[in-house]
Design a protein. Structure first.
Length: 653
């Protein structure tokens, strides 16, 4: 029979776990919990690593870990530190016994691994350790001598785009720390401004994770209603073990919902791969590029059971995820068939503490049949980044603002769908892929295209992890239908050196000169016939469009079908009021572009992969819900709102 195990800060791990005789630690409850059981945790702070031991037995016999209704439960990877000695001028020092850390001292472990961009030989790397004052993280500096004189900074250069971006909360930038790790103690020197670290809540992270099973295939777990924070998570590239502050660690059927998750050194929620399929081999061995090891990891994963029956199908919903160094949600391979929905994601890597090619609010590799829906994502270095094997993926009804870049789809072959999103940052879309359908979005930034002729990546059989083939990225084979482009500023979006093979433009102008049908494409290839190996060369693929609107100087491609080009200046602003998100928009004249109802059956299939645009169940994708949740039936104006974009103020989330 299912039971409820109770945990309280006033309990004892020698107790039986009833409400009258609760356990003291959540991890003790995890040792006892069996399929169908619920672990109810009562108010307080729990400084521990919870390691679920047993799986649930399906959707109806989950093991559920939940905060008691109406009670605030904090599970943290940190420990409180007292005994700080004042050095004057707001600078303090403390010696922490290394016994506090056990075998893992995050202040001795560098942020390092595949795809990290390393500083110069003489420049020190950042560490996994962190110091928190009243719950807020201080910044690391390279030496103790820098602590008293750390400057106030208002701006910083974005490593990827080369553009200058504002620093969040510049008044806190002089609050910094440095750690020196000795044989017996770790000495931390920190600047706390006017605060007394002995009177305030001063913490340091000591654990690599907070809620993470040590074994694989611990399935059907629900984690609900907690504050989960302050874990020294390691750098999580797709070619390595990918631990997060919380995650399933190569399993199936987790539900992570209604949590406040923050202050992971690198990644918060991980739906990622495990170590046997590769663990930073490119960095450690130095014999092959990371690309080759990543390709090998796909086939290695197939050999250990990477399929729908054993991996993925997770749900990450209604969480508040913020203030992490690398990702809010990360995952290679292990994210397949999952849903990421209604999350509030912000302040991910916006302080640029370290830099690498795996940083975004949501960063997924191989997101096969993943749905990313109804999320609000802002103040991140990059909002959503889907990299490799974006197939059967749908990005729908998300609202993104105040990011350096909103959406990046890299080296994928489709079919994937981007529909009814609001993308208002300087870079709306980076499309280094092919086979996408962009339907009824509002875009206020640039669109970037780039061929990737030096990286062939896999594609799959429909709704499966079975590999069907692999190919390079020629670009094109895209469908842009019923979108509204509301301007864009190239100077704010990109440094010219990073524009790429085809480039960044406002509107769809990057598709200038593309063929507009498969027949035209094949005819042009036929004229260049030189044997099968050279027939296609690097020629871009067909571009399909209709019913797009261009305002604020955004320019249609010279091959655009029936574009509506408007004069005047559009107004688009995302406004927040507490937990609510509103869109204030006025694009005069945009409502003149009216499109009939649309499904995936109305779109040409993806050329290379040979698949249709359809949902996981095999039915054609239905573009029948606008960004505010209103049902669409019959003709409607272009853009993400059923009622159009003329003088609208509408609550979105």
């Amino acid at each position: 029979m299912a039971q409820v195990l109770h945990v309280s800060v006033h309990g004892s791990d020698d107790a039986v776990g009833t409400q009258d005789a609760p356990l003291r630690t959540i991890d003790r409850a995890a040792r006892l919990a069996r399929p169908g059981d619920t672990v109810t945790v009562h108010a307080g702070t729990y400084r521990e690593w919870v390691r679920p031991r047993r799986s649930g037995r399906g959707e109806n016999r989950r093991i559920t870990y939940q905060a008691a209704p109406g009670e605030h439960v904090r599970i943290t990877g940190s420990e409180q530190v007292t005994g700080w000695e004042s050095l004057g001028g707001g600078v303090w020092r403390v010696e922490v016994p290394n016994a506090l850390f056990g075998e893992f001292n995050p202040f001795a472990v560098e942020v390092d691994g595949d795809w990290i961009v390393r500083p110069g030989r003489d420049e020190p790397k950042k560490h996994l350790g962190a110091v928190y004052l009243d719950g807020r993280r201080l910044h690391e500096v390279a030496t103790a001598d820098e602590v008293p004189d750390a400057p106030r900074r208002e701006e910083i250069v974005d490593d990827w785009t080369g553009t200058v971006v504002p620093v969040p909360d510049p008044d806190r930038t002089p609050r910094v720390w440095h750690a020196e790790v000795g044989a017996d103690v770790t000495t931390i020197t920190a600047s706390f401004g006017d605060a007394d670290p002995n009177a305030a809540l001063t913490e340091i992270n000591v654990r690599p994770t907070v809620f993470w099973p040590q074994d694989h295939h611990v399935d059907f777990i629900t984690v609900r209603g907690f504050e989960l924070c302050q874990a020294a998570t390691q750098w999580a590239p797709p070619t390595a073990n990918q631990p997060g502050l919380i995650g399933p660690n190569w399993a199936r059927g987790w539900v992570i919902e209604h949590n406040d998750i923050h202050d992971a050194t690198c990644s918060a929620v991980s739906l990622g791969k495990e170590a046997s399929t590769g663990d930073n081999y490119a960095t450690d061995r130095g014999d092959k590029p990371g690309y080759q090891y990543q390709l090998e990891s796909v086939f290695s994963a197939r050999q250990i059971g990477w399929d729908r029956e054993h991996i993925g199908s997770h749900v990450v919903r209604d969480n508040h995820i913020h203030h992490c160094g690398q990702n809010a949600v990360v995952g290679h391979l292990g994210c397949v068939f999952s849903r990421i929905e209604r999350n509030h994601i912000h302040d991910i890597a916006n302080d640029r503490a370290f830099y690498g090619h795996e940083i975004a609010g949501i960063k997924l590799h191989a997101p096969i049949d993943v749905v990313i829906a109804d999320n609000r994502i802002h103040d991140c270095s990059l909002g959503i980044w889907l990299d490799w094997q974006t197939q059967g993926t749908r990005i729908t009804r998300n609202v993104l603002w105040a990011n350096s870049r909103d959406l990046f789809i890299e080296v994928s072959h489709g079919p994937y769908v981007v529909d009814h999103n609001v993308l208002t940052s300087p870079v709306s879309v980076e499309n280094h892929s092919q086979g996408g359908a962009y339907v009824r979005n509002l875009l206020c930034g640039t669109v970037n295209l780039k061929q990737m002729l030096d990286r062939a990546t896999p594609y799959h059989r429909a709704h499966s992890t079975d590999v069907a083939g692999y190919a390079i990225i020629l670009t094109g084979d895209d469908r842009w239908i019923g979108n509204v482009f509301a301007g864009g500023d190239l100077d704010k979006a990109y440094h010219p050196d990073s524009w790429g093979r085809i480039g960044s433009q406002t509107g769809t102008a990057a598709y200038d000169g593309f063929p507009t049908s498969l027949e035209q494409y094949l005819t042009e290839m036929g004229d260049r016939w030189d044997g099968d190996h050279n027939r296609f060369g690097s020629r871009v693929q067909p571009y399909c469009s209709r019913g797009n609107v261009f305002a604020g100087g955004a320019r249609p491609a010279d091959v655009e079908v029936d574009p509506l080009v408007l004069d005047g200046t559009p107004r688009v602003e995302v406004v927040t009021q507490g937990d609510e998100v509103w869109l204030e928009v006025d694009v005069p004249g945009a409502d003149a572009a009216v499109l009939d109802a649309l499904t995936g059956a109305d779109l040409p299939p993806v050329r290379l992969v040979g698949l249709e645009f359809e949902d996981v169940d095999g039915s054609p994708t239905a573009f029948d819900t606008d960004v505010a949740g209103e049902q669409l039936d019959g003709p409607h104006p272009a853009g993400p709102l059923a009622g159009g974009l003329k003088s609208a103020r509408l609550r979105l989330l």
